[in-house]
Each structure stands twice: as C-alpha cells, then as structure tokens.
Design a protein around this ligand. Structure first.
Ligand code: GUN
Length: 279
C-alpha cells in the first residue's frame, strides 16, 4: 500500500504553527494585513478568494477585500495596487487571477511591490528563487516541498520529473527541487516519449491539466507521485491529472485529489504573509 500524503492534515499543521507565530508578532505590536483584490465575479475565483480570507482569519492576519467590477480599467487597477504598495499598514498584496481580458495580467503582476508579492509571481521574486536568494516562493511548488519534507521523503539526489512548465507551478517547482539537490527534468506537451521520461522519476510531479492522464504506464515501481491537477469528471467527482486507482498500487507515496496539493497552496500563501514581517 502506498503512503497517502495528507495535504489536509499537513496544511492544518502549518496553519496552526503560523497562528502561533502571528500571535507572538501581535504580542510585540506587529499586525499583518493582506490586501485581496478580485476583479469581476468569476465563481471559481470567488471560492478561492473566500478560502484565502478564511485562512487569514484563522491564523490572525487581517484581510482587506477589494471587490472590483468586471469593467474596472487597467489604469484603475494599477492605481489601486500603487496605493496599496505605498500603504504601510498593508504587508501583502494579492490580485486574484485571471483578471478580465482587457487588463494585462503581466503588467499588474509587475506593479505589485516585490516586497509585498505574497504570490511570488513578480519577476524579482522569480529571479531571487532561481539564484537562491531569500524571497517569496510561489505557493503551490513551495507547498509541494513541504508535503515531501513533512512526509519524510528526501529529495536530495533523487530523479525528479515535473510534467508541466507553467510559470506558477512547473518552472518554480524545478527551481525549488534543484535547491533541495534533486536531479530535475521538466517535461511538457512537446516532450518525446513522455512515458519513458516520466518512468525515470523517483519523484513525479504532475501539472498538465488533463483529467486522469497519468496511468501506471508512466510510473516507475515505487515512485512518489504528486498530483497538482484538479478537475470535475463526468460523474461530478473531483479528480486530478493522475489516474489514482491505477497508479496508487505502483507508487510508494501519492497525493489524493482532493486533499493533497490543493490545501497546501493557501497554507503557503499564509506563510508568505507571515514572511513579510519576519526578520
Ligand atoms: N488564480 C489561480 N491560482 C492563483 C494563485 O495562486 N494566485 C492568484 N493570485 N491567483 C490565482
């Protein structure tokens, strides 16, 4: 039987640790405030934003909400972000993505001060990550490192294969695994012989966005399998990029969907909020 990597439990442990840390900061007179901006009312975004605010309340971070109408112009959004950059009572700024099509997402990300970039999306944060400098880490990949470490799965020297090369998951994941001394391969939609490449992995991280795409044919016996995907299948069940029932018997450890990587992202966002006040 594979070890089930319990993201719900591990994220709860992290949030409880952060809650204590936040209480200590409060006792020293240091409050933490996260500004959360949502443009429009995409239902999925609304759920994410609500969960982020709930997590803030749980650990004792103030969340300041900005719910802007769909028609908000790029200039208006930039002006708000610049005001929040200058506001000393705001520690972190999060603009929920995607923003509407008439707003240039990259421009918004670059407007957020790198000192308040709790998503870790700003090019300065990305650069710091790749040169091994302290900075805000992209939340999902940072959460995956925590899942592995807290499940006593060592990364050093291991063959790590990431499937997916997005700026939010695949690329920062590669940087973080390298930092932990893994041997890293990034595979993607144009990779030849994907099955053979995936089968090299001691640790396989899947972020391709295709429902139950990864079957046991992609798995080396005993591999650790981390599933970043989240889909609702025809039967209305949540599932990942990995065909769990098929892969689980061949893995030594595996994340479920839901309850694996998902809850870790918000826990690491909370960690980045606390990071804004750490020395
Ligand atoms: N939309 C989907 N995931 C994310 C995330 O991690 N941060 C932000 N800001 N928007 C998202």
């Amino acid at each position: 039987m594979a070890q089930l990597i319990d993201g719900k439990l591990i994220s709860q442990q992290i949030k409880d640790e952060l809650k204590e840390e936040v209480a200590q900061f409060k006792a020293e007179g240091i409050d933490i405030c996260l500004a959360v901006i949502q443009v429009g009312s995409d239902p999925a975004s609304s759920v994410y934003v609500r969960n982020k605010k709930k997590a803030c309340a749980y650990i004792g971070v103030e969340s300041r909400s900005y719910e802007l109408p769909e028609e908000t112009s790029e200039e208006e959004l930039i002006k708000l972000v610049e005001e929040l950059n200058a506001d000393e009572s705001v520690n972190g700024i999060l603009v929920q993505l995607p923003v509407p099509d008439h707003i240039d997402e990259d421009k918004i990300i670059r407007t957020i001060s790198p000192n308040k970039d709790v998503d870790g999306f700003h090019p300065v944060s990305v650069g710091r990550l790749w040169i091994g400098e302290k900075g805000f880490l992209s939340c999902t990949p940072a959460g995956i490192i925590q899942l592995l470490k807290r499940s006593n799965i060592s990364i050093e020297g291991k063959e790590c294969v990431i499937i997916g090369r997005s700026n939010i998951v695949g690329k920062p994941m590669a940087a973080l695994l390298l930092r932990e001394n893994g041997t890293v391969t990034v595979a993607h939609s144009r990779t030849k012989d994907l099955k053979e490449v995936a089968k090299r992995a001691d640790i396989l991280i899947v972020a391709i966005g295709k429902e139950r795409f990864i079957t046991s044919e992609y798995i080396k016996e005993g591999a650790v399998v981390i599933d970043v995907g989240m889909h609702r299948d025809e039967a209305n069940h949540l599932c990942g990029d990995v065909d769990f029932a098929d892969v689980e018997p061949h893995s030594s450890a595996i994340t479920p969907v839901p309850g694996g990587v998902g809850p870790m992202t918000i826990a690491m966002l909370m960690n980045n909020c606390v990071e804004t006040v750490r020395k």
